[in-house]
Design a protein around this ligand. Structure first.
Ligand code: C2E
Ligand code: MG
Ligand code: MG
Ligand code: MG
Length: 288
C-alpha cells in the first residue's frame, strides 16, 4: 500500500482512506441486508398550497434505521446504493411502497418520489413506474417524480425520452433543488417540467439578503411564464412563508408546515376504519 514512497505521511493518509473505503464497503453490505430485511422505511413530508393550510400531497423520503449505527440519512446511503447497483432494487421498492401508501389517501392528495440518475440507465424506468401504479391502483396524476439537474446532465437524450413518456402518462415531473446545480435554463424548455422546487438555500436566505429575494421572484415569474408551478423547500419561519406568498409561490414545504413522518403518524389507515364507513372524500384536504 503506497509504502514504496517511504513517506510516513502518505501511509497515514492511505490508512485513513483505506478505513473509509472499508467502512463504505461494510455499509454497502449492510444496505443490501437492510433492503432485504425491512430496515428501510419511507417518511412523508407534507406539501401545502401557498396559503399554508391546504394539504396537496406528501414527498416520500427514505429512512434507514440501522440496528447499531442508528439513523443513517439518505444523503449518506443513496450514493452507496448508486455506486453498488443497489439503487435499482431500492428505487423500485420506494416507488412501489409510495404508490401503495398514496392509494390509501383521499383524492386528490399526491405523492412525490425522488429519482436518482442511475434509475434512468437501464431503460426500465417506465415499466417499473407503470407496474408500481397499476399494482397500487393509483392514478398517474397522483404521482410526481422529482429529479435533479445533475441527472439531466448525464445521458440527456435518453433521460429526455423517458421523461416525455412518463409525462404523457399524466405523471407530474418536478425539478428538485432548483438553483443549486448548473441551472441551465435550457432544461426548463427542453424537459417536460410541471414544477420546480426552489432549493432551501434560497428560502433560508430570503430574509437576510435582498438579492435572494430578487432571484426567487425571478425564478417564480420565469416558471409561471412557462406554465410551471413553483414549490419552495425548507420553509422554517412565518417570515419566509409570508415572503414566498408575496412572490406568488404555489407550494410550500418545510419544518414550519410539517416534518417528514412515518405513514402511521399521518392518519389512521383506511384499514383500521370500521367497514361501510361513508366515503372519505369529504374529509379530503386536511384529514391525513
Ligand atoms: P430532497 O429531495 O431535496 O428532500 C428534502 C430534504 O430536506 C429532506 O432531507 C428533508 O428532510 C429536508 N427538509 C425538509 N424541510 C426542511 C426544513 O425546513 N429545513 C431543513 N433544514 N431541511 C428540511 P432528507 O430526508 O435527509 O433527504 C435528503 C436527500 O436525499 C433528498 O433531498 C433526496 O435528494 C435524497 N432522497 C431521499 N429519499 C430518496 C429516495 O427515495 N430516492 C432517492 N433517489 N433520493 C432520495
Ligand atoms: Mg426531493
Ligand atoms: Mg430538494
Ligand atoms: Mg435537497
Amino acid at each position: 500500500r503506497a509504502k514504496s514512497t517511504g513517506r510516513s505521511t502518505f501511509s497515514f493518509y492511505d490508512a485513513t482512506m483505506d478505513e473509509q473505503l472499508q467502512d463504505r464497503r461494510m455499509l454497502t453490505r449492510e444496505l443490501r441486508d437492510a433492503i432485504a430485511g425491512n430496515q428501510l422505511t419511507l417518511a412523508y413530508q407534507p406539501l401545502h398550497a401557498a396559503n399554508g393550510l391546504t394539504l396537496t400531497g406528501y414527498e416520500a423520503l427514505l429512512r434507514w434505521q440501522h440496528p447499531s449505527r442508528g439513523a443513517v440519512g439518505p444523503a449518506e446511503f443513496i450514493p452507496l446504493a448508486e455506486d453498488s447497483g443497489l439503487i435499482d432494487a431500492l428505487g423500485r421498492w420506494v416507488l412501489r411502497r409510495a404508490c401503495a401508501d398514496a392509494a390509501g389517501w383521499p383524492e386528490p392528495l399526491s405523492v412525490a418520489v425522488n429519482l436518482s440518475a442511475a434509475q434512468f440507465g437501464r431503460g426500465e424506468l417506465v415499466a417499473v413506474v407503470s407496474a408500481a401504479l397499476a399494482d397500487a391502483g393509483l392514478a398517474p396524476h397522483r404521482l410526481e417524480l422529482e429529479i435533479t439537474e445533475s441527472l439531466l446532465m448525464s445521458n440527456t437524450e435518453q433521460t429526455l425520452g423517458t421523461l416525455q413518456v412518463l409525462s404523457a402518462m399524466g405523471i407530474a415531473i418536478a425539478m428538485d433543488d432548483f438553483g443549486t446545480g448548473y441551472s441551465s435554463l435550457a432544461y426548463l424548455w427542453r424537459f417536460p417540467f410541471d414544477k420546480v422546487k426552489i432549493d432551501r438555500a434560497f428560502t433560508q436566505n430570503l430574509g437576510s439578503d435582498p438579492k435572494v429575494s430578487l432571484i426567487v421572484h425571478s425564478i417564480i415569474s420565469l416558471a409561471h411564464s412557462l406554465n410551471i408551478r413553483v414549490n419552495a423547500e425548507g420553509v422554517e419561519t412565518p417570515a419566509q412563508m409570508a415572503a414566498l406568498q408575496a412572490h406568488g409561490c404555489d407550494e410550500l414545504q418545510g419544518f414550519l408546515l410539517g416534518h417528514p413522518r412515518p405513514l402511521a403518524a399521518l392518519a389512521p389507515r383506511p384499514a383500521v376504519l370500521p367497514p361501510r364507513q361513508a366515503p372519505r372524500r369529504g374529509a379530503a384536504g386536511h384529514s391525513i
